[in-house]
Design a protein around this ligand. Structure first.
Ligand SMILES: [Zn+2]
Length: 299
């Protein structure tokens, strides 16, 4: 694996050095190479949450092997593999991708080498065809609506809700524990991510309503600071939906009064109900601009 990477980076190095950009691109360290820190939290019954920087995934240890979700990036995946080795000597049998975005699904080669089968929504395959990466193994099993990974008497159900954040995002459910692992579309007590890249506001709200109707008691979300609990009550899904509805309604109300300038909307629209949510001051104006685009361009 290592020699493949070295070769890829050598080629990329030649390419970019000819453009004079090599030093500026974090080719060897996909996330910039800083020591972001990581931790593992045992939830119980073989379920663990792995955190790297502000990213989280889950892994499930069974009698017959391990089911891993989003490997994140090569550096995080190495650490994840070390952490798995601390709790079991069983191999990683499955790697499940939450969606197509490379910041979540890079780094799986270390598990591919152990013979893991990669599972994802069928649109991930399409996306990787357009944006291939040497550090993102393509899925072996794909599906359209739903799929259940079964191993050692345990189950992980994968459910697709249509487009919301990209067109390949699946929600993972552990039916015995009634726990959902949700990536990017639910981040408790934080406004939406910056300008909401690849998020479609109306489809996002629709999906959250459908998720709320699922049978679950707890949510593990893929983003959050190190000092917050990894596992939350089911109500965080509705809270996320209500935030989006409030955001859209507030922008629409100002839009209907005749304020169509995104710069003005960013200054005028406030959502004081959410002032204690993370990134309120920094990202709310960006959220507003994304919703302006929705009403202005129907995008
Ligand atoms: Zn994403």
């Amino acid at each position: 694996m290592k020699h493949i990477l070295v070769r890829v980076f050598a080629i990329a190095g030649i390419l970019f050095s000819s453009l004079g950009m090599a030093e500026n691109l974090p080719l060897n360290e996909p996330m910039g190479g800083e020591p972001f820190g990581h931790s593992v939290k045992e939830i119980g019954n073989g379920l663990y949450v792995f955190r790297w920087w502000v990213y989280r995934n889950v892994f499930l240890v069974t009698d017959e092997g391990v089911i891993v979700t989003d490997p994140l990036n090569p550096k995080a995946a190495d650490l994840l593999n070390e952490e798995i080795r601390k709790v079991t000597d069983k191999p990683v049998k499955y790697v499940v991708y939450s969606h197509n975005h490379h910041d979540h699904i890079s780094g799986g080669n270390i598990f591919k080498q152990q013979g893991a089968t990669f599972v994802a929504h069928e649109n991930v395959l399409k996306e990787l065809g357009d944006h291939p990466s040497a550090v993102v193994p393509v899925p072996d099993i794909t599906f359209n609506d739903s799929y259940t990974v079964e191993l050692g008497g345990r189950k992980m159900e994968l459910q697709y809700f249509g487009p919301n954040h990209g067109e390949s995002l699946v929600v993972m459910r552990l039916p015995e524990e009634k726990i959902l692992f949700i990536v990017d579309i639910v981040t408790p007590r934080r406004v939406a991510f910056r300008t909401m890249p690849d998020f479609w506001p109306d489809e996002w709200i629709r999906s959250l309503k459908e998720i709320e109707a699922m049978d679950f008691d707890y949510v593990i979300s893929a983003h959050g600071p190190a000092n917050e609990p990894a596992i939350e009550k089911d109500t965080v899904v509705a809270e996320q939906r209500i935030y989006l509805q409030d955001l859209m309604a507030a922008v629409k109300a100002e839009f209907d009064k005749g304020t169509h300038s995104p710069d003005k909307l960013r200054k005028i629209v406030k959502l004081p109900k959410y002032k204690n949510w993370r990134s309120y001051n920094e990202w709310l104006p960006m959220n507003i601009e994304r919703i302006w685009a929705y009403y202005h361009m129907a995008w």
